[in-house]
Design a binder for this molecule. Structure first.
Ligand code: GLN
Length: 211
């Protein structure tokens, strides 16, 4: 079977590796461009995108990551990983760069500040029933998508707040795009690696197998 790399510079790497294991997939941490050369798909975890960008740059990984993704390496980014895959950012830190590849504009920390997290049930048609229980932590949302990008899920209310600045069912938040796919690139604003639901990872494995 395929080897799924998890970019292991920073963030919740172990959680992604653990989910891959429950699916019977081979996961491998990626810290060098040699390790990147050996994978069939790449997961970019949640964490802090500015730190991930700085580490990727100083490890000499930014250009190799760009090249592999440009050449068609399937990739899935959760939260900070979504930010790393975005072509355009709102609220970027000064000088902050991404890997890019996904024709989307992502707004960092869109739902609120550091303490803000919430959970919501999302209708996620490509995954079927039941709805996805999604954990958002200082999450970005997708502000805009290019024409070849498929919107997979939006916030639709029904959220349980945990220190939420804007109620997730408020007008500003309802309808916000939180999951997208374009070709071999998949991204979610939330963290499926923090729940027992492995359907997003299974979906990504399908994308890798098709590629
Ligand atoms: N706010 C973080 C960032 O900008 C993302 C948060 C997360 O990955 N949970 O990178």
């Amino acid at each position: 079977g395929p080897t799924i790399g998890v970019l292991a510079l920073q963030g919740d790497v172990r959680e992604h590796l653990a989910i891959l294991e429950t699916l019977g997939a081979r996961g491998a941490p990626v810290r060098t461009s040699e390790e990147l050369d050996g994978v069939d798909g790449l997961i970019i975890p949640g964490g802090e995108s500015t730190t991930m960008w700085r580490l990727a740059r100083s490890f000499g990984l930014l250009e190799p990551l760009r090249k592999h993704i440009h050449d068609g390496l399937p990739a899935y980014g959760s939260c900070a990983g979504m930010i790393m895959l975005a072509d355009r950012l709102e609220e970027a830190a000064p000088g902050q760069e991404t890997i890019g590849g996904l024709d989307i504009t992502v707004r960092r920390n869109a739902f609120g500040r550091q303490v803000d997290s919430f959970e919501a049930e999302l209708d996620f048609p490509v995954l079927g029933e039941p709805p996805m229980r999604a954990v958002f932590i200082r999450a970005p949302w997708v502000e805009g998508v290019g024409e070849r990008v498929e919107v997979l899920a939006r916030v639709a209310g029904r959220a349980t707040g945990r220190g939420v600045a804007h109620a997730p069912d408020s007008e500003a938040v309802t309808g916000r795009i939180v999951a997208v796919r374009a070709g071999r690139l998949l991204a979610t604003s939330f963290h499926p690696e923090l729940t027992a639901d492995a359907r997003i990872h299974a979906h990504f494995l399908e994308i890798v197998k098709e590629a």
